[in-house]
Design a protein around this ligand. Structure first.
Ligand SMILES: NC(=O)C1=CN([C@@H]2O[C@H](COP(=O)(O)OP(=O)(O)OC[C@H]3O[C@@H](n4cnc5c(N)ncnc54)[C@H](O)[C@@H]3O)[C@@H](O)[C@H]2O)[C@@H](O)CC1
Ligand SMILES: Nc1ncnc2c1ncn2[C@@H]1O[C@H](COP(=O)(O)OP(=O)(O)OP(=O)(O)O)[C@@H](O)[C@H]1O
Ligand SMILES: [Mg+2]
Length: 364
């Protein structure tokens, strides 16, 4: 009997919590729907008056002897989402393999040539966006060429999506993309930690109460986020695994407000000012190559979003809207493929779902 009122209180408490949880869930569903509407706004209409190439010419920089699947997945995904032409710039050993996967891709075996930067640069005037990194590997000579390709792409103001081993390069040289507002980074869990350690956690602390070792001023400096440190300079600090929103925001800010997409159970996206969360239902199947589908799709959506401009995205960053679209689409493909194939789902099964997933999400 004595427990009665306590049980009542616990039940009431539970009801309040359940209501708060369901309101929060409803709120986040509403947020997701609002952002999906912005994605719909940037999609160019299909029209009989357009010519080939107008809806997107995308280049994927990646593919080496070991990895031929990743650049293929990225490049074919760009086509399936709606780009008109998809190029792959890869090492010579990867080219015949990628060509054999698909007659739909245009494959350039140039990435290990001494003229690699020039060979890619001559195509840049014809490309709307580059996806850099899927299947690139970590060979020093290839990475040096990709560094040059990133530099000439920035000079031409080409949007770049950086994924996989492209992120390895950025972790070694953050200044390569620091402050480049047309870059989107798509790290998975491990790539995110590597970048965070390289860019946010590396600076020597400058604290009024500790022996001050003032960091050098200069480009690429991360701002200080340590609450105990009012210096306004830079600060060392480990990643807080309980604060993924804050970590993504900090990484983006430390890179000069470059857009960052942290892939995971929920995808967390930030441009250093705003944070979006994509929790579109996927599945528990984590086969390799899903991230390549995401980066290839994002190459097209980034082009469409920049073309549409902020008036179509209601003032939100076009790159964030594009990234939200690519995350939702990849997860929806995963969900649909898993319904059919269960545990045997592979990335090729997901790519087969791109058309239906795109219609379901964006052509309602
Ligand atoms: N078919 C292909 O050719 C594929 C090639 N790939 C390429 O393989 C290269 C290396 O990419 P990796 O992604 O393996 O990168 P890394 O070589 O940095 O390895 C990351 C490791 O972390 C593990 N990992 C991933 N998510 C994790 C998590 N949440 N918690 C703990 N561990 C986690 C992975 O199993 C992987 O072994 C890239 O060039 C990539 O593009 C991948 O894209 C997969 C498909
Ligand atoms: N735990 C999860 N639950 C649901 N979706 C997830 C989960 N982890 C990743 N994803 C989704 O899978 C997609 C790819 O993310 P993932 O972390 O597998 O990338 P990746 O490791 O770069 O893949 P890849 O094998 O292509 O290199 C993203 O769209 C992401 O939203
Ligand atoms: Mg990857």
């Amino acid at each position: 009997m004595a427990l009665g009122p306590r049980c009542g209180a616990i039940r009431a408490c539970r009801r309040v919590l359940e209501r708060a949880f369901s309101l929060r869930k409803a709120h986040s569903i509403k947020d997701m729907e609002n952002t999906l509407q912005l994605v719909r706004n940037i999609i160019p209409p299909l029209s009989s008056t357009k010519h080939k190439g107008q809806d997107g010419r995308i280049g994927v920089v990646g593919g080496c002897q070991e990895y031929t699947g990743a650049p293929y997945f990225a490049a074919i995904s760009a086509l399936k989402v709606g780009a008109d032409l998809s190029h792959v710039f890869c090492a010579s050993a990867a080219a015949p393999v990628i060509k054999a996967y698909s007659p739909e891709l245009i494959v350039h075996p140039v990435l290990d040539s001494p003229n690699a930067v020039h060979e890619v640069e001559k195509w840049l005037p014809r490309l709307h966006a580059l996806v850099v990194g899927p299947g690139l590997g970590r060979d020093d000579a290839l990475l040096r060429n990709v560094q040059g390709i990133l530099e000439v792409s920035k000079a031409r103001d080409i949007p770049v999506v950086i994924d996989a081993d492209g992120l390895w390069l950025v972790a070694q040289q953050p200044a390569l993309i620091h402050g480049y507002r047309k870059a989107v980074l798509t790290p998975n869990h491990v790539e995110f930690s590597r970048l965070y350690d390289a860019v946010v956690s590396q600076w020597t602390p400058w604290r009024v109460d500790a022996s001050p070792v003032r960091p050098e001023e200069g480009e690429g400096r991360a701002p200080c986020f340590c609450p105990a440190c009012p210096c306004g300079h830079t600060c060392k600090g480990p990643m807080d695994s309980d604060d993924s929103h804050g970590s993504v925001l900090r990484l983006s800010q430390a890179l000069g407000n470059v857009t960052v997409v942290q892939k995971g159970e929920r995808d967390i996206l930030s441009n250093g000012q705003q944070v979006l969360v994509c929790s579109q239902e996927g599945s528990s199947r984590r086969c390799g190559g899903q991230g390549d589908l995401l980066s290839g799709s994002l190459g097209v959506l980034v082009h469409w979003a920049l073309l549409a401009g902020p008036q179509k995205t209601n003032g939100s960053s076009p790159l964030l809207v594009a990234a939200f679209g690519a995350c939702s689409l990849t997860r929806q493909c995963n969900h649909q493929a898993f319904q059919k194939h269960g545990r045997s789902t592979t990335t090729s099964d997901m790519i087969a779902e791109v058309g239906a997933a795109f219609s379901k999400l964006f052509e309602t």
